[in-house]
Design a protein around this ligand. Structure first.
Ligand code: GRG
Length: 298
């Protein structure tokens, strides 16, 4: 559990990461007939050195609501699987057509397009297998499956991606951009917090506070992502910078400028942290994570 005295986000994240990666590795052993090259490609993408931001949010939210982190570990792994699938498919030539992800060749560059599509399919389905089988009690597992399915589905993650790819929206303004990212980036971040809350049988007040925090954090995360695309270091990010302007994409710095985008991210993070008041000291980890999102360099 989180102690209120000297909370160290670095220590927490490192321990959480080890636990998450061990479990993700166990979940992808596939002793039951998965072809070797598919297993290798799944593990290459899932276990690659990403930040594990979403599963860490699941664990922090569960702990803020009074549960042990281990109870939320299957949900944390499920969310990372959905995230990894979305990155593999997003990198495909038919979508963003990227060569580099998490500091390595993208899945389709390393294994071919057909395998990359199957890696995404396998990760998405495994997420729901794990969530349904390993979350307790079954009623909580069912609720978690419904929430994750909605967040990853046509109205949220997939719908946000569809609008982002739709040139019809490329000339839109701030409202259009925020609506796209509330779904494309925000939905999985918000559901991470929600799954932690559901596993912990959180009160309505706690869930509302987490959702408010998640709304601010999601948009702030996307603004910093857009800023990093303009000002970031490709090596630290492990992916190519300047992609958004190359693709003529609608971005926060493109609409608001760099300084105003930074100010907006700061305000969103301050409001997100304010929303954590009902948790008092138990919200410290989530507060620290929001500051990290604001100041991250990758
Ligand atoms: C293909 C259905 C489908 C959706 C794709 C995730 C996504 C939607 C697109 C990725 C493109 C992108 C760069 C979006 C900005 C926000 C984002 C999701 C960044 C990647 O998340 P990080 O920075 O990645 O948490 P790591 O590698 O650290 O996990």
């Amino acid at each position: 559990m989180i102690e209120s005295a000297a909370f160290s986000l670095d220590c927490y994240c490192q321990a959480a990461r080890e636990k998450i990666d061990r479990q993700l590795s166990e979940y992808t052993q596939f002793d039951d007939g998965c072809p070797d090259h598919l297993r290798e490609a799944i593990r290459y993408s899932l276990l690659a050195p990403g930040k594990r931001l979403r599963p860490t949010l699941v664990l922090l939210a569960a702990e803020a609501c009074g549960a042990e982190a281990d109870a939320a570990l299957p949900a944390a792994c499920a969310v990372e699987m959905v995230h990894a699938y979305s990155l593999v498919h997003d990198d495909l030539p038919a979508m963003d057509d990227d060569d580099l992800r998490r500091g390595r060749p993208t899945c389709h560059k390393a294994f071919g397009e057909a395998v990359a599509i199957l890696v995404g399919d396998a990760l998405l389905t495994l997420a729901f297998e794990v969530l349904a089988r390993d979350t307790q009690p079954p009623k909580v597992a069912a609720r978690c499956c419904a929430l994750l399915g909605r967040a990853a589905g046509a109205a949220q993650l997939v719908g946000g991606q569809a609008d982002d790819l739709n040139e019809q929206f490329s000339g839109g303004g701030l409202e259009t951009l925020e609506a796209i990212h509330r779904r494309k980036t925000g939905a999985i971040l918000r559901v991470s917090l929600e799954l932690g809350a559901v596993v912990a049988s959180a009160s309505d007040k706690e869930r509302e506070a987490l959702l408010k925090y998640g709304q601010g954090l999601g948009l702030a995360f996307q603004i910093t992502d857009d800023l990093l695309d303009v000002t970031g270091d490709a090596q630290a990010m492990g992916k190519r910078a300047g992609k958004d302007s190359d693709h003529g994409k609608l971005t926060f710095p493109g609409i608001l400028g760099i300084e105003e985008s930074k100010r907006r991210a700061e305000t969103l993070v301050a409001d997100a942290c304010q929303a954590l008041e009902p948790f008092a000291a138990r919200g410290e980890g989530l507060q620290a994570l929001a500051q990290y999102v604001l100041n991250r360099n990758h």
